[in-house]
Design a protein around this ligand. Sequence first.
Ligand code: 13P
Length: 318
Amino acid sequence: MIIPAGHIFQHCYSKYGIPAINVWSLEQIHGLFRAAQKAKAPFIVQFTPVARNYAHPDMLMAMVQAAAKIYSDTVFAIHLDHGDRMQALQAIDAGGYTSVMIDASYEPYEINVKLTREVVQKAHAKNMEVEAELGVLSGIEDDRNIDEKNNKFTQPSEVEDFVKRTGCDSLAVAVGTSHGAYKFSSGQGLQFDILEEIQNRLPGFPLVLHGGSSINFEEIQRINAAGGQLDTDARGVSEEDLLKAIQYGICKINIATDARLIWARVHREFFSRSPALFDPIVPGKIYMEAFEKFNLEKFELLKAVGKADELKYFTDEN
Ligand code: 13P
């Protein structure tokens, strides 16, 4: 069942978290949907513009719509991650999404407001929701690489004005995380004081944590043991911090890097242990299973297990 993210956020606010998983392949879609069906957990499946270009936007959307039929007990929203103005407008026109993100966070404040408001008007006319961003996250996502020194925390003093003037439905905040495997290299960590002030100014409003991967250190070690050369100072968001962030209004937790690391570990180990094999289906199945396990653990951690059934009967009046 495909439902708007806003509906899920009303149900989960300050109680449990929703993993928003970036996908670009068939194996990931099976792994994610299988886990969600088993755990009866709601989730958001999302694509970045680069993933859309890689797989083709129609192909990705068709795979997710097929997954909705194959895993017919799942409850989820479909989201465009990190669209610029053009990409967000294209996704709104193409349809299929329940929400889009307009990321104009790197623009000056007034331009961010203007671009976001335009996308909100077009999206709402088609019954789609919009996630906007205030503040700038460092790290690498898609083809954008923001240096740590250009990271800008969200200014709590701007959030009410921004949400009021843009009409956005959820807000991504820059509170210390970064995209990629090397978070917190400046040593600052998650800024709960900023998050608390944002929540006080926007009570009940759904907030989004980008850079939500946990970066399991065992994955890094296994990748390196199988010939990889990843920096061992890779760090992610701790389980405690994720749970604490939920109490401060974080509803949606974006995850992409963890999925990439599992992919790299599975394939490196497979090819180094089985040098004579070359059938993609064999490591593909291992990746599906590993990704299913990852998502099951994430649903458990974020306390989302069993919530899909409740959501099926949850109305806005509840
Ligand atoms: P990670 O790099 O921590 O997985 O974050 C992904 C993300 O925020 C996508 O929007």
